[in-house]
Design a protein around this ligand. Structure first.
Ligand SMILES: [Zn+2]
Ligand SMILES: [Zn+2]
Length: 286
């Protein structure tokens, strides 16, 4: 049983359609795949239809943009009801903030002498719930300014780079509570992925667990063997679920092939039962 709990489609910044992604997941030999686009459930219906057709299990999920102590933290939410008002309100704020950032980024790039327009970005974002930074990166690639998305982030759009613009993110505690209230379970994505040391420590994870955090994404390409070992030990101490996933973005991100990391069936079982029993925090409404 092969389980991949973190992938992106064109509903956010991946390059496959939701159906195409599910098709690719089946072809890659996966039995279970979670669609976890950034801050949106827009791809779920199309992905679910294809999952039924090809006979694999689809986990409806999303990766929520949150902030904790001034640091960006990505929170994976599985099975939440996206219409649950506190969650829906946060997702709307994030999407509005992301779209509002594009004109500012385009303006900064223009000042840096880069010839790019908002239309170029809109074209790159076709099919996405909102245009955002990865689409600005894709437009820069299309325009021949940089060779690939990574170079666009390294030179212009990444944190501390000249065209970087801040945007709204949900406080992590608020997001964990909203996901639990929406009947979902939360897992922190690549907790030590970017920046390594300085990421949340065991005491922090324990405090977040009190709010409803169910697990940690330990096996992720951004973690080396040492980080994986330490995170696995923390998860064991705290009795948090350990997940592993690809963070697949189609051709939008290299070295993140479907199934390159997977989640053990018994860990997946614990995740789904945390949802069923509501042990992941606040009770489900109704
Ligand atoms: Zn992420
Ligand atoms: Zn991701």
């Amino acid at each position: 049983m092969r389980i991949d709990l973190h992938t992106h489609s064109r509903a956010s910044d991946g390059t496959d359609t939701p159906a195409g992604l599910v098709h690719a997941a089946a072809a890659a030999g996966l039995d279970v795949v979670a669609l976890t686009d950034h801050d949106t459930a827009d791809g779920w219906a199309e992905a679910a239809e294809e999952a039924t057709r090809v006979g694999i299990e689809l986990v409806p999920g999303m990766e929520i943009s949150t902030v904790h102590r001034g640091r960006a933290v990505h929170l994976l939410a599985y099975f939440p009801d996206p219409a649950y008002p506190p969650l829906a309100a946060e997702l709307a704020r994030i999407l509005v903030g992301r779209a509002a950032r594009v004109p500012t980024m385009v303006d900064r790039l223009n000042r840096l002498g880069v010839d790019i327009t908002e239309d170029d970005v809109r074209l790159a974002a076709a099919g996405a719930a909102a245009s955002g930074r990865p689409h600005v990166a894709d437009a820069l690639v299309t325009l021949g300014v940089v060779p690939d998305r990574t170079a666009a982030f390294d030179r212009y759009l990444g944190w501390g780079r000249p065209a970087h613009v801040d945007r709204y993110a949900t406080p992590l505690e608020v997001a964990i509570r909203a996901v639990a209230g929406a009947g979902g379970v939360s897992v922190i994505a690549h907790p030590w992925g970017r920046g390594g040391p300085g990421g949340p420590d065991e005491a922090t994870f324990a405090a977040l667990q009190e709010l409803g955090l169910a697990g940690l994404e330990v096996d992720h390409q951004d973690h080396d063997a040492d980080a994986r070992g330490q995170l696995r030990a923390i998860a064991r101490n705290l009795d948090l679920v350990v997940t592993g996933s690809s963070d697949y973005h189609g051709v939008g991100k290299t070295d993140h092939d479907l199934g390159c990391n997977t989640t053990a069936p018994e860990e997946y079982e614990r995740l789904t039962s945390a949802r069923a029993t509501g042990t992941s925090g606040a009770p489900h409404p109704g």
